[in-house]
Design a protein around this ligand. Structure first.
Ligand code: PEP
Ligand code: MG
Length: 578
């Protein structure tokens, strides 16, 4: 069986599964009429005292072991437990006649709702900590042993619906080889802790994960999010071989963090990272990316019931800009619609969502939301070098209309005396064929181009990038796609304006020599691929790449192009392709 979740921490592992049981579900309406209220109140107080003591002890142990990230998570639990409002709420529900576990769950639920209303996705993610604390407290009052991983004695991949952060924090990393959860996002504490433990992690796997049996051997790839189980001995051998190779390569690649990105002949290349939320910033810094080439801002709008306001966006964006410490960051404005549905936009179901009401096409109908985002971006631009680009631009008029809103926002901020970045370049994403074909008209108005090869490929070939049935037809090595990319790079070059590629193609080893040969000097890739891309670039010679591009651009079909690319790999390159 093979499934795919969200890769949240890189690495490949094969190990037996240890399923973590969830706590029993408690009815919130259950009432307890037998036990005197005073006794129940005393039980809560005793449970709180003993839980505090055990948390303090665990925190001390963790700090003594140098496991500060885990220690900090438990400290945040302790702080929640020391908040008198929480315990007062529990005691209040007990006084109303609720059973202990119901009283705790009711209080935790109401605190979670308050956090979620705060609007910040980061704060809202902390509801996981609150729920976790609620479970601990429930166990303490009921005398149930809280799931503990401290007694592990063999390598395991933890599999669960969701793993409470404190359970993970208390675990000894020695035996935890991987983590797979049905729920969870990349900024959940579980993923943060997995990262600090260096444990490969896949989150958001969904219901399919429940088919996995305890003790069954699981293959987990924390980069691609792939999970596989139920394999025979022959398949296992292949997966083990793949794992060993990847482990070795990953450790060798670490040295690339110290190096600038240059080709073999010394040509400098700008290598930036793609960012979806703040949790990616640490890795971006660690691998010394030259900047953020694509900040997919819509991720702050997904998976929630209310629209983030200007202030919340500003705080997020400013944090991102400041974390880059003077390195450039490119904001891509809201790209919702298509496969990214946002409930509070109330978008109608469409027959062809990718060809419909998407991205920049929504801005005039949702002007209030778009202008709030522009204000937040402009204000964040006062804290470091920032650019803005618009997604899915298909005509010059559309670009000019959108840019007008941007200029209007600047005027408004100026009038209100609000500080913002005055000199923010405004670019166009080239991801619709019409924009690429008309690049020479578009470049007169845009400060830069960023080629979105993911969409450019689907629109050029009329192949839905989400549809498995036509996946074999989707290839950015199709000659028509390559010609559009080359044309766009060439036009930007003639106008001496920057042009980058920020789609997945930029991290594809087979594409890198070709893109360099077409004149591309700016790549933006996922942080996890960045060191590998730096390595691959270092093996390329620009003159050889240019000759390769000339040959490839003459070829009539994808098959021929793939053969040519595979036969022309630079020396020592094949090793690092994947
Ligand atoms: C692209 O289309 O290549 C791109 C980078 O944007 P997204 O994948 O977010 O659509
Ligand atoms: Mg796109």
């Amino acid at each position: 069986m093979k499934i795919t979740g969200t890769g949240a921490c890189p690495g490949i592992v094969i190990a037996p599964v240890l399923r973590l049981q969830q706590l029993p579900a408690f009815s919130l309406e259950k009432r307890d009429s037998q036990t005197p209220r005073e006794l129940l109140a005393a039980t809560v107080n005793n449970a709180v005292l003993s839980l505090r003591a055990s948390l303090k002890e665990s925190i001390q142990v963790l700090y003594a072991r140098g496991e500060t990230v885990k220690g900090e998570v438990l400290e945040s639990h302790l702080a929640l437990l020391e908040d008198p409002a929480l315990i007062e709420a529990v005691q209040g529900h007990v006084a109303e006649g609720y059973a202990l576990e119901s009283a705790i769950q009711r209080s935790i639920d109401s605190f979670c709702r308050q956090l979620q209303r705060s609007g910040s996705s980061y704060i809202a993610q902390r509801t996981a900590d609150l729920k976790d604390l609620g479970n601990r407290l429930t166990c303490a009052v009921l005398g149930i042993e809280y799931p503990s991983l401290s007694l592990l004695s063999q390598d395991v991949i933890l599999v669960a619906q969701d793993i409470p952060p404190s359970v993970l924090a208390g675990a000894s990393p020695a035996y935890i080889r991987g983590i797979a959860t049905a729920e969870g996002g990349s900024t959940s504490h579980t993923a943060i802790i997995a990262g600090s433990m260096g444990v490969p992690c896949v989150v958001g796997c969904g219901a399919a994960l429940s088919a996995l049996q305890n003790g069954e051997e699981l293959f987990l790839d924390g980069v691609t999010g792939a999970l596989e189980w139920g394999f025979d001995a022959q398949r296992r051998e292949r997966l083990v071989y793949y794992q060993n190779r990847q482990d070795l390569k990953r450790s060798l690649l670490r040295s690339m963090a110290e190096r600038p990105t240059r080709t073999r002949d010394g040509t400098p290349v700008e290598l930036s990272a793609n960012l979806s939320d703040l949790s990616g910033l640490e890795q971006i810094r660690d691998c010394r990316a030259d900047g953020v080439g694509l900040y997919r801002t819509e991720f702050l709008f997904l998976g929630r019931d209310t629209c983030p306001g200007e202030e919340e966006q500003f705080q997020e964006y400013r944090q991102a800009v400041q974390a880059m410490e003077g390195k450039p960051l490119v904001f891509r404005t809201l790209d919702v619609g298509g496969d990214k549905n946002v409930p509070f936009f109330n978008l109608q179901r469409e027959e062809n969502p990718f060809l419909g009401y998407r991205a920049v096409r929504l801005y005039s109908d949702f002007e209030g939301i778009f202008l709030a985002q522009l204000r937040a971006i402009l204000r964040a631009g006062a804290f470091g070098p920032v650019s803005v680009m618009f997604p899915m631009i298909s005509s010059v008029e559309e670009f000019l209309r959108t840019k007008k809103l941007f200029d209007r926002t600047k005027k408004e901020l100026r009038r209100r005396d609000i500080p913002f970045g005055e000199e923010i370049p405004v670019g166009a994403m080239v991801e619709v064929p019409s924009a690429a074909i008309n690049a020479d008209a578009l470049i007169r108005h845009a400060d830069f181009f960023s080629i979105g090869t993911n969409d450019l490929t689907q629109y050029t070939l009329a192949v839905d990038r989400m549809n498995h049935s036509v996946a074999n037809l989707y290839s950015y090595f199709d000659p028509a796609v390559l010609r559009l990319i080359f044309h766009t790079i060439r036009i930007a070059g003639e106008w001496e304006k920057p042009c980058s590629v920020c789609g997945e193609m930029a991290a594809d080893g087979l594409a890198i020599p070709l893109l360099l040969g077409m004149g591309l000097r700016k790549f933006s890739v996922s942080p996890w691929s960045l060191l590998r891309v730096r390595k691959l670039v270092s093996l390329c010679d620009v003159q050889e790449c240019e000759a390769l591009a000339r040959r490839v651009l003459q070829l009539p079909g994808t098959e021929d192009i793939l053969v040519e690319l595979n036969c022309s790999l630079p020396r020592g390159y094949a090793e690092w392709l994947r």
